[in-house]
Design a protein around this ligand. Structure first.
Ligand code: 5GP
Ligand code: ZN
Length: 142
């Protein structure tokens, strides 16, 4: 079972090795092979889904229901100062493995290796502009 040629499906099936953190009927959690910080974990649905855009509500419900449980286990284990959740969708958004995954990156203070590195453009967005954008998005909620 699993999606052909998907490395995360192979990890779920045990065809590829991983450092498993947690598993149940719906999700598989394992350490990212490239640890940004100690305990950097990926939580994935057992149902293959490419990215957030193609994820059925039922799959996301089961996935996100379990995120706090895994996050708290990392917190208990290593007492980080905080934690970032990260989810990349599409190659242009730095997704490199096309099986939905949520990064859990515990934070240990400045210089721990994680940097979001984004630029804000607050001046371009007046309150009216924000209302307009929000309405445009809202019109497309299905
Ligand atoms: P993305 O860039 O798609 O958000 O994240 C994919 C992540 O999967 C990367 O951080 C990368 O280190 C991790 N990764 C890629 N291949 C493997 C693998 O075979 N095993 C594990 N444990 N992690 C992997
Ligand atoms: Zn897969």
């Amino acid at each position: 079972m699993g999606h052909e040629d998907c490395i995360f499906c192979k990890i779920i099936n045990g065809d590829l090795p991983s450092a498993k953190v947690y598993e149940d009927d719906y999700v598989y959690a394992f350490l990212d092979i490239s640890q940004v910080t100690k305990g950097h974990t990926l939580v994935i649905p057992k149902t293959h889904t490419k990215n957030i855009f193609e994820t059925p509500a039922e799959v996301s419900k089961e996935l996100f229901e379990r995120i706090p449980k895994v996050a708290n286990a990392i917190k208990e284990a290593y007492n980080p100062l905080g934690m970032n959740l990260l989810n990349n969708n599409g190659a242009d958004a730095e997704q490199s493995v096309f099986h939905l995954h949520i990064h859990l990156i515990p934070r240990y203070g400045e210089g721990d290796g994680y940097s979001p590195n984004w630029t804000t453009h607050t001046d371009d967005y007046t309150p009216d502009k924000l209302q307009e954008i929000a309405a445009e998005i809202n019109q497309n909620i299905k």
